[in-house]
Design a protein around this ligand. Structure first.
Ligand SMILES: *Cc1c(COP(=O)(O)O)cnc(C)c1O
Length: 362
């Protein structure tokens, strides 16, 4: 059935070998693989759990972690919740995640009480915001950073496992030696003030891996968290391809349901489209327009690349995607299947959509 996402586990394994070589061998960091980009696909997580280089498996959703925590822990890997816990999910966080990222005193109180109830110690990584302005205690707020560290250290059922920063995802701030050095400084300040050793100083996501090749990752940083670098082979700071990886481990296929010659400009007064946007149309004259049975509900049209390079994606409504196939060397017809590489948005939405079948290469 179409549309379908074809997941090549062998290629993903090679991508994992590639990012592990950079992160662990060259960077001297531990490796956290982030599973959310592919909705914690079970075959993918099985491969990741079985890979000897992986130290942690992480996701932003406890629902995803719940699907693999038993197997991961059995294989000696720790599970980590990336998104700050919601007050309503504390019980599951303590149950299924060995470690969670945190920045709120009230959430820490809830975690400590719940860990006591479950008779366990929950590990906490304190998030520091270095200017990307998503989660974390702002790096200039000394009182709150020391206060949170102290609260965790004093809590009977919490362990201060480390500190971390997230960059690029929201504010698009690029990790550099100077901003990451602030994280390294904070790690040293917390260690000396409280006389503790932080196990983890996590220097970011797929946008930080490029610093290893340049020799600019601060010494004190000892962990990276990689989703897109592993799944799509991208350095997300500057968009370079990472050595030893491919960008075609995931292929999306969709079927043509109509193919007709029509004008490229709609006829009549232009209002707004299905999503309230005023569309822009390029006049290409009469073109061969293919409609494939996939839409905004299942994917992100701006995050797909046709394997036939002579096809242009013109746009999509909820369930229909319009392509210009006029210049292609192939004479397409209804029923034909078109294939695409996906970017981060395309991957995330296709992996999440129940309308997109998931299959495995070979
Ligand atoms: C999503 C996420 C990651 C992984 O990001 P990639 O760009 O896919 O590597 C790492 N850390 C946090 C906190 C995240 O939310």
């Amino acid at each position: 059935m179409y549309p379908r996402l074809i997941i090549d586990i062998d290629k993903l394994k090679r991508n994992l070998d590639g990012v592990a070589k950079i992160t662990k061998e060259e960077g001297g960091c531990s490796l956290m693989i982030v599973t959310k980009g592919l909705c914690a696909d079970p075959e993918m997580t099985k491969m990741v759990i079985g890979h000897p280089a992986v130290d942690f498996l992480a996701d932003s959703r406890i629902k995803n972690i719940k699907t693999y925590e038993k197997e991961a822990r059995k294989a000696g890997k720790q599970t980590l919740l990336l998104r700050l816990p919601m007050a309503c999910e504390i019980e599951e966080v303590v149950k299924y995640a060995d470690i969670s990222f945190n920045s709120e005193p009230e959430t820490l109180r809830l975690l400590d009480a719940e860990a006591a109830r479950q008779g366990t110690i929950h590990k906490v990584v304190l998030m520091i915001d270095l200017g990307d302005l998503r989660e974390g205690i702002f790096f200039k707020n000394e009182v709150d950073i020391y206060g949170a560290a102290q609260q965790i250290i004093e809590a009977k059922n919490l362990e201060l496992y480390g500190i971390a920063v997230n960059l690029t995802c929201y504010g698009a701030i690029i990790p550099k030696n100077d901003n990451l050095s602030q994280l390294a400084d904070w790690a040293e300040k917390i260690e000396s003030r409280f006389n503790v050793k932080l196990q983890m100083v996590s220097g970011g996501n797929s946008s930080s891996i490029y610093l290893i090749g340049k020799g600019q990752l601060p010494e004190k940083i000892n962990n990276l968290r990689l989703g897109e670098a592993f799944l799509l082979g991208n350095d997300t700071a500057y968009g370079a391809k990472l050595s030893g990886t491919t960008d075609d481990a995931l292929i999306l296929e969709a079927q043509i349901i109509e193919l007709k010659e029509k004008p490229s400009l709609p006829i009549g007064e232009v209002g707004v489209d299905a999503f309230g946007q005023k569309p822009y149309y390029e006049d290409r004259g009469i073109i061969k327009r293919a409609i494939i049975a996939i839409g905004q509900q299942d994917t992100d049209p701006g995050s797909m690349e046709p394997l036939d390079p002579k096809i242009d994606i013109l746009g999509a409504s909820s369930d229909h995607m319009i392509l210009d196939v006029s210049k292609s060397d192939t004479q397409y017809k209804p029923g034909d299947v078109l294939a695409f590489k996906v970017g981060y948005g395309g991957m995330l939405k296709t992996a999440t959509s129940p309308y997109v079948e998931k299959t495995y290469a070979r």
